[in-house]
Design a protein around this ligand. Structure first.
Ligand code: MSP
Length: 521
């Protein structure tokens, strides 16, 4: 039996409502998951929410509600949004889940017993207002901690540390010898440089005096777990990992490792430094270190989205306004995986109207209309077209070009390119219609075979295009199949010529992508 494809996303912080960045990542992972299913593979897709930590505790206090209540309310918004966007995840990872808490505690206990954790006292600058220790990153251009931190004092605190530095050489060697560890490749040197600079261990506890909203230390009641240490464990806790067992459960090893889909901001240090070292310390082999797919960010007019700027884009409202597939299409077609892009509602509308309404939707509508009008919907595939040798070669050339775009449409994670190829195929079909003008052929009984050949070619092209776009636009694909009257279970292997049988009858057209009125400038 082949291994299921295990894919995860980052788990989203529940200290605010989901925004467009969260939605992008979930759609990206969903499309990759659906593509694997389309190829006939088994998939395990894990996503969820990161519910502990200082920020949540502070936000809950501000609202005067218990932190569990606070995260439950926000978690509901994430779940509802993923449902609205058709995110086909198999398991939900919420870090307040008792199963996860137990796993984190057992990992802490094991690392402690095996000498990977130690307790130490360290001093640092502490912001009383923000209730956090400050590092040099928080200093302003003058080298000082700005007024936003309020009163800053030097404090000493006892905490538990994880021996990160001990594994530095191993991690460097691992990065050097695993070319495919990180996609896109240019991020690998960025990570290597960061690991090279690594000095010191990782503080993984917070004293309960300043943070209670976290997973308690099993061997010291005075502490809770640092939120990143807790959150990273979700990838294995929800996949059935048992920290107590010396040999890993076959159900877990059958799944592991996952492909982690994450944003560029959380590669260093969390996913590229802490996480591989945590796994190494737990006895995972090099082959079990999970690869990272690091995506870029959606910005607004070149600026970072942020609550303080007030430029947060709400995916829920966009899905309501334009439809979930319009949003999915935009998020997948207007960014190159790994790079940043600018979010623009006008672009969303433009891309939808140009690619989906004018090109693909129109093609379906014209094809079915003509098939109904000239043939009552009944297709007759013709390979030989009597009396029109030129035309036969034109169709053959069309086929070759079409199949070229089809076979180009499966690059690993470059979904925008795959969609571009599918849309080029639709344009090709529209050009075919313009060049042969079936309405002229319909007037001449001597051209009947030719007309059959053209109609079949168009319907068959639509069927193949629908298969190719189905990971991004599952509902539209189903709608195209329904209108073509082609209702068999399908896989990527069906995206080859000849799937519609001789004599097949297609349905009547109903609008697939109604045009969106452009917002007035
Ligand atoms: N809770 C952590 C992840 C823990 S994973 C063990 C976290 N949460 S987050 O809510 O801040 O971000 C979740 C994901 O959304 C991250 O991968 C992050 O990169 C991504 N994005 C956040 N803003 C984004 C954009 N503006 N654009 C694209 N993705 C963005 O980090």
């Amino acid at each position: 039996m082949s291994k299921p494809f295990f894919i995860t996303t980052a788990i989203d912080y529940t200290n605010g409502a989901p925004h467009i960045g969260h939605a992008y990542e979930k759609v990206l992972a969903d499309v990759i998951a659906r593509y694997h299913r389309l190829k006939g593979g088994e998939v395990f897709f894990l996503t969820g929410v990161d519910q502990h930590g200082q920020k949540v505790q502070q936000s809950a206090e501000k609202q005067g509600v218990a932190p569990q209540q606070f995260v439950d309310d926000i978690t509901k918004k994430f779940i509802a949004l993923w449902q609205k966007l058709d995110i086909s995840y198999d398991r939900w990872a919420a870090t307040t889940d008792p199963l996860h808490k137990t796993c984190v505690q057992e990992i802490l206990q094991r690392l402690f017993d095996e000498g990977q954790l130690y307790k130490a006292k360290q001093g640092g600058y502490y912001s009383v207002r923000q209730e956090q220790f400050l590092t040099d990153k928080e200093r302003n251009a003058e080298g000082e901690f700005g007024p936003e931190w309020g009163e800053v004092e030097f404090r000493e605190e006892e905490n538990y540390y994880f021996k990160l530095a001990e594994h530095k050489d191993w991690l460097l060697a691992f990065i050097d010898s695993h070319e495919n560890y990180i996609t896109p490749a240019f991020r690998r040197s960025e990570l290597r440089n960061a690991v090279d600079r690594l000095a010191g261990d990782l503080c993984i506890s917070r004293p309960k005096s300043r943070l209670t909203w976290g997973i308690g230390f099993p061997f010291d009641p005075g502490f809770v777990t640092y939120v990143w240490f807790d959150a990273l464990v979700n990838y294995i806790s929800f996949a059935g990992y048992d920290p107590k067992s010396k040999t890993q459960d076959p159900k877990f090893t059958a799944l592991w490792p996952a492909l982690h889909v994450i944003g560029k901001d959380i590669m260093i240090p969390a996913h590229g430094v802490y996480w591989p070292i945590m796994l190494k310390a737990l006895g995972f082999t090099d082959e079990q270190i999970p690869p990272l797919l690091v995506h870029g960010w959606w910005n607004i007019a070149g600026e970072k989205m942020s609550k303080s700027t007030g430029n947060i884009v709400d995916p829920d409202a966009l899905a309501d306004k334009y439809g979930n597939e319009a949003l999915r299409y935009y998020l997948m077609s207007d960014i190159a995986t790994g790079k940043d892009a600018d979010f623009s509602e006008e672009r969303l509308v433009q891309r939808y109207n140009t690619d989906l309404a004018n090109s693909l939707g129109n093609l379906l509508n014209r094809t079915l209309n003509m098939a109904q009008r000239y043939r009552s919907g009944k297709l007759a595939p013709k390979t030989e077209v009597a009396g029109a040798p030129d035309f036969a070669s034109t169709l053959a050339a069309y086929r070759a070009q079409f199949e070229g775009t089809v076979s180009n449409s499966a690059p690993a994670y470059s979904i925008h390119l795959a969609l571009g190829e599918a849309m080029s195929s639709a344009s090709l079909c529209n050009q075919l219609i313009e060049s042969v003008a079936p309405w002229k052929l319909a007037k001449d009984p001597a051209q009947a075979d030719l007309l059959d050949a053209v109609l079949y070619t168009l319907a068959e092209s639509l069927r193949i295009i629908a298969i190719l776009i189905s990971p991004v636009l599952p509902k539209a694909a189903q709608n195209i199949f329904a209108q073509l009257n082609w209702d068999k279970p399908f896989s990527l292997a069906d995206a080859t010529w000849g799937g519609l049988p001789d004599g097949h009858t297609v349905g009547s057209p109903t609008p697939l992508f109604p045009r969106i009125e452009e917002p007035k400038a």
